[in-house]
Write a protein that binds this ligand. Sequence first.
Ligand SMILES: [Zn+2]
Length: 224
Amino acid sequence: MAEHLPKHRILTLIGPPGVGKGTIAELLVKKLGIPHISTGDLFRNAMNGRHVLDKKIGTYMRKNKFVPDSITLPFIFHELTKRKYKNGVILDGFPRTLVQAKALETHAKNTPHVDLAILLNAPTRILQKRLSSRMICATCRTVFNIHSRPPKLRGICDVCGGALVWRDDDKPTVVLQRLRDYKQLTAPIVRFYCTSNRLIQIDADATPKVILHCLIEAIAQKGF
Ligand SMILES: [Zn+2]
């Protein structure tokens, strides 16, 4: 399948926190054979870095604030120059704003490419439930889920015996604010991809297998 596809492909995943973008991204990586960038993971890794941009990112992350475009754009575009993305990339968490979406388009315009945005939707009450059920090991960062991946002992990491905690941005008070921020920030980019006929909308309140199946069909119909 991969041999017949255009040379460079940019697939953008859009969806509220807790919708399961990471899981879907992993499945798409396997199915499409192109790597995945999670901006959240990149930023969390950068927090401990020594580069000027890493330090700036750390400042915003520790305050639980969105990293501004003046830092995000050079950071992501530098990442995209790496060889592993030569055939394309699945982006998760970027572009997050209309400015970023337009900047990505400008950045990619000299390379023949196809880009599509996938919007994963789920009701707010389901997102809240999912987000409050996710816990992470304070020591080794392994992620658990009270419902779908419970630890053998409550509150204790199976891997290293460390304490399970909420990630700062999964705390209940922060969750609602994140969902509000998400809606406000993504509405313009959803419109941007929709009006240029590059948006695929998927109901993410289903099993990952079903979601992937629907997605692959929708992607094929768009000529990706
Ligand atoms: Zn652990």
